[in-house]
Design a protein around this ligand. Structure first.
Ligand code: URA
Length: 434
């Protein structure tokens, strides 16, 4: 088998055999296939796509490239939730404790900020003392005792995905449906879950800009799950404006904490209940989705979800008091308001630009090794559909360093579209797949 022949066949839209996919994954991981050949192959996949059997084989090869976690010793159904990435998307911090407080075992494997989107691990690490790098023993002990653990992907879990992902990031091949599906599913399957709830984001702040692509991605991930005997349900949700009001690490922890105390934004609360309900249902803690929804609401209102979150934070070395006393979280030192140039209705808020502006003042990374500034970010004052006067505040930028603040403020101002007419209301949950 020669790599160059496989690249050419994919380039020409042909289907590769399972052993050919295996040859590519193994060859790349061992270093026999160089980056330049794999880059060409990935670009060919970006343009030509992959058949279902090809995606399945790729997922299996990446899954088997490292360790798989065996959680069978821990009683209960293990359910994780994964979002394909958005702006202001702090739902993991809310849905995981809600589902865990309803009896689901939640091994929540999370990622770091990527491009303009935020990462759960970075948000959690803004809580003083919080540790996301746990040993396998610590992880299993916490899951047994608390029923909830937030962890990062270790080097030994799906290492092929890690290597592929690094290359995709720098070759502009991230936004490929089969590559995203196999990347996410290989990690989730390696983690030893029984079921998975997916939040597939679509819109300006998501990797998928079109609903048809988001649907295809959801169906592909569900198909992979089905073949591996795992239950997968996916919601396709709107990411044309940030979720909630807060964007930025500590700011999002504050908003998640308020939401768990039933004092959060309507859109974030609604989506969190919906996702938690599906975890509760797939986790076999409710006989119907309606009952699961009622349970999720109850756990929010009676504070059990909030208490579960604090318990998990404490177990992972974090100062849970910071969830009540926000002055214990990293706080910004400067604030810059962005005001509306005219009166009218907010007709759209470009989520990608808000995410990029937040990163520009330090909330995200430019290069993998960069440190993030946990204190900084953006708080929206208004959302799409709301009426504003000329000069009223659209949002506030919170920063610790002056560099790039003006540039970010301009970007944010451009992200808001103000029109004379009230825009049609947009659905938050667009579709359910599975
Ligand atoms: N998240 C992942 O884990 N992988 C992708 O390819 C895209 C988003």
């Amino acid at each position: 088998m020669r790599t160059v022949d496989l690249i050419r066949r994919k380039r020409d839209g042909k289907e590769l055999a399972p052993e050919e996919i295996e040859f590519l994954v193994e060859g790349y991981l061992s270093g026999d296939i160089p980056d330049y050949q794999m880059s060409a192959f990935l670009m060919a996949v970006y343009f030509e796509g992959m058949s279902d059997p090809e995606v399945m084989r790729l997922t299996e090869c990446m899954l088997r490239s490292g360790d798989t976690v065996d959680l069978s010793q821990i009683p209960g159904v293990k359910v994780d939730k994964h979002s394909t990435g958005g702006v202001g998307d702090k739902t993991s911090l809310i849905v995981a404790p809600l589902a865990a407080s309803a009896g689901v075992v939640v091994p929540m494997m999370s990622g770091r900020a990527l491009g303009h989107t935020g990462g759960t691990l970075d948000k959690l690490e803004s809580i003083p003392g919080f540790r996301t790098e746990l040993t396998a023993d610590e992880f299993q002990t916490q899951l047994s005792e608390v029923g909830l653990c937030f962890i990062s992907q270790t080097d030994r879990l799906a290492p092929a995905d890690r290597k592929f992902y690094g290359l995709r990031d720098v070759t502009s091949t991230v936004e490929s449906i089969p590559l995203i599906a196999s990347s996410i599913m290989s990690k989730k399957l390696a983690e030893g879950v029984d079921a998975l709830v997916l939040d597939v984001k679509v819109g300006s702040g998501a990797f998928m800009k079109k609903q048809v692509d988001a649907r295809r991605l959801a169906q592909m991930m569900q198909g992979i799950g089905r073949r591996m005997d795992k239950k997968v349900q996916a919601l396709i949700t709107d990411m044309n404006q940030p979720l909630g009001y807060a964007v930025g690490n500590a700011l999002e922890v504050m908003e998640a904490s308020q939401t768990l105390q039933n004092a959060g934004p309507g859109d974030l609360t609604r989506l969190s209940i919906e996702l938690a309900a599906r975890m509760i249902f797939l986790g076999k803690q409710a006989a119907s989705l309606d009952e699961a929804r009622r349970m999720a609401e109850e756990k929010l209102v009676d504070g059990s979800g909030y208490r579960k979150f604090k318990q998990a934070v404490t177990a992972q070395g974090g100062n849970a008091q910071a969830l009540d006393k926000f002055e214990l979280l990293p706080n910004a030192t400067g604030m810059r308001e962005v005001t509306s140039p005219r009166g009218g209705y907010v007709s759209s808020i470009d989520a990608e630009d808000i995410g990029a502006a937040s990163n520009m003042i330090g909330a995200g990374r430019e290069k993998k090794e960069d440190a993030i500034d946990p204190a900084v970010g953006i708080i929206l004052e208004v959302k799409t559909g709301e009426k504003v006067d000329a000069g009223s505040v659209l949002c506030r930028l919170y920063y610790t360093k002056e560099d790039h603040v003006e540039e970010a403020a301009e970007m944010v101002e451009d992200a808001f579209r103000i029109s004379a007419q009230k825009p049609d209301e947009r659905e938050l949950i667009l579709e359910v797949v599975g």
